[in-house]
Every structure is written in C-alpha cells, then in structure tokens.
Write a protein that binds this ligand. Structure first.
Ligand SMILES: Nc1ncnc2c1ncn2[C@@H]1O[C@H](COP(=O)(O)OP(=O)(O)OP(=O)(O)O)[C@@H](O)[C@H]1O
Length: 326
C-alpha cells in the first residue's frame, strides 16, 4: 500500500499557486524528506493531506483513504507534529500526553511516551508554559506518537532543538521507521533531511523539482564526488589505468596529481586498487563530495540559499494543525 499519494494536487491563494500539480507517491515504511526553501508549499501540502486545507484541484490519498472524503479514517492513524505547535501553558507536560491519549482513545502509557521523547518525570510534572522551545518540541512529538500512528507527519521537527536534541530526534525517527511507521519529514534544513531520510522530494515555488535518494540526486545531476590522488611519480603515466576504472567519468593529470570525477561511489576504492596494481605509489588522496547544499541550490535555482542553514531558525509559528481553510 502507498502511505501517501497525490495526483495533480494544486492549491492556489488568489494569484499565488502555493502547490502546483503535485504528483507524489510515498511507500509504506519510507522515511521521506520533503525539502524546500521557505514558502515552497510544504505546509500547504501537509494541510491538504490532513484536510486542514482543501485543494483547488487534484486529489490525495493517505493510508489508502481519500484525504478529503475519508479524513475521519485518516486522523486516528496519523500522528502530526505541526510547525509552531501551541501548548496549554498551565497544563503539565504529562497532562498534554494524557489529553492526547484521551482524545485519540489510545491505550499508551504516558510514562513510556515521555521517556521516548526524552522528557523526565520531573519535567513532565511542570507546567508546559515553563518549557524551553526544545522541550515543547519534544512534548509535541510525544503527542504525535500517541496511538502508535502508521504515518508520522513532522513539519520542521528539529525546530528549536539543540544539536543533542536534533540527534535524539533523528534517533526517534529511525526507531519509528524500524517499527514500520512511515515518516513524512518536512524541512528546509538539509542536514536533517539527509541524516534520516530514505528519499527526498524537493519542492520549489509549489513545484516538485526532484524526487530521489540523495545518492540518486547526486548522480542524476551528473556531479558526483571528485577524488584527487597524489602519486610518487608523474601522474600522466597512470592516466589510462584511471580511465579504465568503471564509475570514473573524467580524469586529468597535472604533475603528480590525478584528478578523477566519480559517478559511482564504489569507484573510489577500485581506483586505489587499480593504481596500486599498476605500480603507482599513492602518497595522498582527497575526496570532495558534492554537498547537499549545492544540490539544493541547483534544484531551487539558488533560492535554497535562504533556507540553507546549519542551525535552526526561529521562523514564526504557522500552526499547521489549527489552520483551517476549506
Ligand atoms: N492561508 C494562506 N493564504 C494565502 N497565502 C498562503 C496561505 N498559506 C500559505 N500561503 C502562501 O503559500 C506559499 C507556500 O506557503 P507554505 O507555508 O506552504 O510554505 P512552506 O514551504 O511550508 O514554507 P516554510 O518552510 O517557511 O514553512 C507561500 O507563498 C505562502 O505565503
């Protein structure tokens, strides 16, 4: 079964096309990264999947149910971590989890959920209004996990988390995936997507510009890693050997240096073995992988720059779950 399938999904706001003719298929059990710069249409897409916003045209199914006509079947099976989640300041963290358990008619143990998201018993007893941004994010994640959803939709899940919290979040996503949960992970922070996702889709100005694995994207852009090998003797004597290695697309020799463009990651080891067998002595080697940032910038015509961040931003909350536009 496909976890999410959209067909020609489109949403316009007046003159603006927020999501344009989106065809996307996400298989059961995948961790799918939905990547795009600010304003690309990620939240709008999520809102349509959850029936918080109605498409202008096109359709979507979630867990096999029509996102508009069968939304009541979808909501108990989906856990949502909205961007800019609103807490109830006077309620304790634990009460939030209990509230989610009651609302979903679930049977989870609140302690177990709190432990999974790294909130201690003491913290869980405090009013959530006193929580740091990262703690609120953990709490929101805990609420999303209530009911052991088949699909977890996370909108900018690492927002507000410190590097340690981000690693924990990534571990949590992997643990959910190991349980068989499909994870739809929306982010404009590239490193976070790369670290956990099986495949990514890149959205730019409402249009899906690429869907692939990160490796696949690197290859399809024809711009894989480069490898620079420093040899003990003149490099041009080893040009032919290097050119004969499968997965190497171009080789240049300058002095003692061979510079190879690598399309297949396996070629990195093969060329070392091949040169060694041909009698070359390798003194040094350097590999430069194409950064995901440069891929993202290529795919989004440079607009990715605004969203390329090594750290989280503090964009104004958009309260996906509370936005109603039908
Ligand atoms: N309710 C609305 N009314 C009018 N325009 C909207 C509405 N919701 C979203 N938009 C516009 O649609 C476009 C896509 O917005 P969306 O929030 O889906 O982007 P996003 O990719 O989630 O961005 P971010 O990473 O900043 O959260 C933006 O230009 C936004 O201003």
């Amino acid at each position: 079964m496909t976890a999410i399938e959209t067909t020609g999904l489109t949403k316009t706001y007046g003159e603006l096309t927020a999501v344009d003719d989106l065809d996307l298929t996400i298989e059961d059990g995948e961790v799918f990264g939905f990547l795009g710069p600010n304003g690309a249409g990620k939240s709008t897409t999520i809102n349509m999947l959850l029936d918080f916003a109605r498409p202008t045209s096109g359709s979507a199914t979630v867990l096999g149910y029509d996102a508009q006509d069968e939304a009541d079947e979808i909501s108990p099976r989906v856990g949502v971590l909205p961007e800019g989640f609103d807490i109830y300041p006077r309620l304790s963290g634990r009460r939030h989890i209990e509230f989610a358990i009651d609302t979903k008619d679930a049977t989870n143990d609140p302690e177990a959920i709190l432990e999974r998201v790294g909130l201690s018993v003491e913290d869980a007893a405090r009013p959530a209004g006193d929580y740091s941004k990262g703690m609120r994010q953990r709490l929101a994640t805990g609420m999303a996990l209530v009911g052991d959803p088949d699909l977890l939709i996370m909108d900018e899940p690492s927002s507000g988390l410190d590097p340690h919290g981000i690693r924990e979040m990534q571990d949590l996503v992997r643990a959910e995936a190991d349980r068989g949960t499909t994870v739809f992970f929306s982010s404009h922070i590239l490193e976070h997507v790369e670290a956990v996702c099986d495949r990514i889709g890149v959205l730019n100005e409402g249009t899906l510009v690429a869907v692939d694995t990160i490796e696949g994207l690197r290859e399809s852009l024809g711009d894989g890693a480069t490898m620079e090998l420093t040899l003990a003797d003149a490099a041009d004597g080893h040009l032919e050997t290097a050119r004969g290695v499968a997965g190497i697309t171009a080789v240049a020799a300058a002095g003692q240096t061979l510079e190879c463009s690598i399309a297949d990651p396996a070629a990195k080891a093969t060329i070392v073995t091949a040169l060694d067998a041909a009698g070359a002595t390798i003194q040094d080697l350097r590999i430069d992988d194409v950064s995901l940032e440069s891929l993202f910038t290529t795919l989004t015509n440079g607009e990715g720059d605004a969203g390329v961040q090594a750290t989280d931003d503090t964009a104004a909350p958009e309260a996906v779950a509370t936005e109603v536009d039908q």
